[in-house]
Write a protein that binds this ligand. Structure first.
Ligand code: BTN
Length: 257
């Protein structure tokens, strides 16, 4: 396993680059214990055991962009969920800025292009009450990924940047731009204004809102109309009986109204 530490002049933050890792999330935690840095990035060209949300695996063949951003001391936040939402908005902006690709967000943190998944985000947060001790934001982008190499059920619902543009993209440029935007969005969560703006931006591009949805929860599922996102990043769903405030779950969009 090869490791190199790139000092990125524009970003001014250490990037640890590896050819292959089990997961950049796990390596970020290990490096934090070893190096004690407050802010850094772990990037792997491939992951052998990439992790997705809700204990799923994230297939990570060469060609994709897989990285984790480690942040120490993000201060007080009404909810750790805001970190994922902010990262989602940041990646959506990056797709627009770099490639003119208009994306939408599926709550809580999938980035979609024409309803197919382009990017997934996994945020692991250590907090004490509202005080965030540290967060590891893991981002997987189908950049130059050969989707035909993924399991069929996954490739059917995925899309890669190279398929949209009909060309490969530079992963270093994508990484640097993504880190800059995610850092910027997350630092703006420190103020009430910044949080409101993030939620407003998220809502403007959220495909889940005003959709009839089924949400799979840890136990069971609910269905109804998703109609709002709270200041903490929770999804409000109106069912025939009541309004539910959901903080986690897997959403299936049925139809938009
Ligand atoms: C999801 O949609 O379920 C989230 C996928 C997150 C994948 C990224 S790739 C970089 C980082 N390392 C991991 O093991 N997972 C995240």
């Amino acid at each position: 396993m090869e490791e190199s530490r790139i000092s990125n002049e524009t970003l001014k933050l250490p990037i640890f680059k590896f050819d292959v890792l089990q997961s950049t999330q796990t390596k970020a935690r290990e490096l934090y214990d070893k190096e004690g840095l407050d802010l850094f990035v772990v990037w792997a060209a491939e992951q052998a055991a990439g992790r997705g949300r809700r204990e799923r695996s994230w297939h990570s063949p060469k060609g994709g962009l897989y990285f984790s951003l480690f942040f120490k001391k993000l201060g007080n936040l009404p909810s750790p969920q805001l970190i994922s939402l902010a990262a989602g908005v940041a990646i959506k902006d990056v797709m627009e800025k770099l490639y003119d690709i208009p994306c939408e967000l599926k709550w809580p943190n999938d980035i979609l292009y024409q309803e197919k998944k382009l990017c997934g985000i996994l945020s692991e947060v250590a907090s004490c009450g509202q005080e965030i001790d540290h967060a590891i934001v893991g981002i997987g982008i189908n950049a130059n990924t050969d989707l035909s190499g993924l399991p069929e059920g996954i490739s059917r619902e995925a899309i890669a940047v190279k398929n949209i543009l009909n060309r490969e993209v530079d992963l270093e440029v994508l990484l640097a731009t993504a880190c800059t935007e995610v850092l910027d969005r997350i630092s703006r969560l420190a103020t009430r204004e910044g949080r409101s703006k993030t939620i407003a931006d998220y809502k403007r591009h959220c495909l889940t809102l005003n959709s009839q949805v089924i949400v799979y929860l840890d136990k069971g599922k609910v269905s109804g109309r998703a109609f709002d996102i709270t200041g903490e990043g929770a999804l409000l769903v109106a069912t025939p009986k009541e309004t539910l405030t959901l903080t986690t779950g897997d959403v299936i969009h049925l139809r938009r109204r």
